[in-house]
Design a protein around this ligand. Structure first.
Ligand code: OGA
Ligand code: MN
Length: 281
């Protein structure tokens, strides 16, 4: 085949240990011709930025489906975009829940098979200096841990609980509110995820409530210490949004968080997700 007819992935690294910008056109992305390469790059870089790609909702859904299986927001739900905002006037009860996303987390730690990736498009940014999205490469963070620290934590298990995230933004909730979160359930997960690829990543973030079998203080010290380690400058990238940008993160090898923004700023993101392909192990 002649080179002229071959679409190749055009990308550049953002930081040595995290992030890449993908520079292909909308048409090239939607063709599906480079989807396998995008999947590979996503796993290598943790987060991919598509500067001002300005997908419509239909295009974002179509592009999502070139990468894997579209994950509806609720099991059995429709293939639609989810609006992401912490403005309760726009998103009601979901906005309340999304306040937890202002702290480092992995999406869907209550599922056996967590979602593979999320795609987030910026419809309206908040004012500069607010509302960036931060990403931490939890593969790189594991890889660079000193061997003695790896040995101490490698076989630990952690109770993950959505209810634990409530206390980050509402330290004295009503019992009724806590019970709503409790109803979502809890899950015990490995602290270190040994992926089928042979790579390992840390499974931490705001849903990580406690290390099984450790006293509360020791457990907190382990989890806080690893969050502090994994969110150091060399493992993180903070994306400052311009309207039309889209970002994909590998939810199996990164944590992310929204940085503070005024709920009334009008900041609005449109999200789609890819179904997970590998259980936590
Ligand atoms: C999410 C999320 C962060 C943001 O959509 O899962 O955490 O910056 N979003 O809005
Ligand atoms: Mn999230």
């Amino acid at each position: 085949m002649s080179d002229i007819l071959t679409t190749t992935l055009q990308a550049e690294a953002i930081k040595p240990k995290i992030g890449a910008r993908v520079l292909n056109s909308k048409e090239e992305l939607l063709s599906g011709a480079i989807s396998a390469d995008i999947r590979k790059l996503l796993e290598q870089r943790g987060v991919l930025v598509f500067p001002q790609i300005s997908f419509t909702d239909a295009e974002q859904i179509a592009f999502t489906k070139t990468l894997g299986t579209f994950a509806p927001e609720r099991a059995g739900g429709d293939e639609v975009i989810s609006p992401i905002t912490i403005d309760e006037k726009v998103a009601g009860a979901t906005a309340e829940y999304l306040k937890g996303s202002l702290f480092w987390h992995i999406d869907g730690t209550r599922n056996d098979v967590p979602i593979l990736a999320s795609l987030l498009s910026c419809k309206k940014p908040s004012p500069k200096g607010t509302g960036n999205t931060g990403f931490s490469n939890t593969y790189a963070a594991w890889d660079d841990l000193p061997d003695d620290r790896k040995a101490k934590i490698e076989h630990l298990r952690v109770l993950h609980a959505p209810w634990a995230t409530l206390f980050y933004h509402d330290p004295e909730p009503s019992l009724a509110k806590l019970q709503n979160y409790l109803a979502i359930g809890e899950k015990e997960l490995p602290l270190v995820w040994a992926h089928q690829s042979g790579r390992k990543s840390l499974v931490i973030g705001n849903t990580a409530h406690s290390v099984i079998g450790k006293a509360p203080g020791e457990s907190a010290a382990i989890l806080v210490g690893l969050r502090e380690w994994a969110t150091q400058e060399q493992f993180t990238y903070s994306h400052e949004w311009t309207e039309g940008d889209m970002v994909i993160w590998d939810n199996t090898g990164t944590m992310h968080r929204a940085e503070w923004y005024d709920p009334a700023s009008g900041r609005l993101m449109h999200r789609t997700k890819l179904e997970g392909e590998e259980p936590f192990e």
